[in-house]
Design a protein. Structure first.
Length: 134
């Protein structure tokens, strides 16, 4: 996860879909990155979005209202995917514990094109989480 944060710090954009919640020790830094201007599009299962919005209501509200974060729900994404400016990362989880057990990344343009082709249909069929006022 530390390497993920290095990739995040070096990117102006993030498209992410994951099967689990954000690691608690990185929430503040991720929030700061988004508030500093990183455009983010996140897709999580409904239970994870419910957990995020109830655990971090003020942060979630401010990020959604800022327009820097688009948050959606989808229950079928099979693994963790992060698409940065010029890299992608894939995360695999231990089926018993649910903990991240593998994270690989690449800057291969063909892999990034594949990741976008995978992400975009999920994004199109995901249910957007509305901004608190809208």
């Amino acid at each position: 996860m530390m390497y993920f944060m290095t990739l995040l710090r070096n990117s102006e954009t993030l498209r992410v879909s994951d099967t689990s919640r954000v690691n608690l020790i990185f929430v503040d830094e991720i929030h700061d990155q988004i508030r500093s201007g990183m455009a983010s599009d996140a897709i999580y299962p409904p239970a994870v979005v419910e957990d995020i919005t109830s655990t971090y209501p003020d942060a979630t509200e401010s990020l959604l209202e800022s327009g820097q974060l688009t948050l959606s729900t989808h229950d079928a994404f099979p693994f963790g995917l992060a698409i940065f400016d010029d890299r992608i990362g894939l995360g695999g989880y231990d089926p018993d514990s649910g903990l991240l057990s593998a994270f690989v990344d690449t800057d291969d343009p063909d892999a990034r094109a594949w990741a976008l082709a995978l992400f975009d249909p999920y994004r199109a069929s995901a249910a957007p989480v509305p901004t608190p006022r809208g």
